[in-house]
Design a protein around this ligand. Sequence first.
Ligand code: PGA
Length: 249
Amino acid sequence: MRRPVVAGNWKMHGTRAENARLVEALIEASDKASGEVVVCPPHVYLWEVGRQLKDSSIGLGAQNVCAEAQGAFTGEVSAAMLKDVGCSYAIVGHSERRQIYREDDALVARKFRAAQAAGLVPILCVGETLEERERSVTEDVVGRQLDAVLDVAGVAAFAKAIVAYEPVWAIGTGKNATPEQAQAVHAFVRARISARDATIAGGLRLLYGGSVKAANAAELFGQPDVDGGLVGGASLKADEFVRICAAAA
Ligand code: PGA
């Protein structure tokens, strides 16, 4: 049995005061969720949010991590630092990092390894653009993104990782993948990992991300290979996010 997980990716939103209100509401509702719940605030707020979450069951994750362990990398934050301030998870390879900050498959693989080396669970994001979907190369793209990490980190590393399928065309657009579209790619991802190790693939949690909201969460999470969600916009509204978490549990 794979325990469902819902992670909220706050992206570059929030203030200390807004975060405190949001987290308070999430903690209040958290005993109702039997799945795992994670929030990923901007780096600068991690410590404070982590303190607020201290006695709760809600986990803390970072939205990004440096591939290097330490040294002269101005502006970067290492995996060990994220661990030190209370993170258990780190998102790697989000499409906004890949597209806007030109992170390629090789860099994403190094970030994945760096996160794991520090004891963080990487949440590896994969997904195709609209143009790629229309060219029917979704599986080529997602397969390539997965293989880049599998080749560098090895399949055993996926025993302590989460994969999020996030079609780029569904992120922040209000246009979610249909449950059937999500299931098809999730099954492909699991089969790709299974070709290397069926046991690890069977236990691997696969999240869907891209315009998840309370209204579509149950249907998406009801698919056999969808084990929860990575939620952007809707994770900033407490009652909406709580309803999404309930749909996963
Ligand atoms: P969205 O973002 O839920 O706002 O579409 C998802 C994500 O980018 O992780």
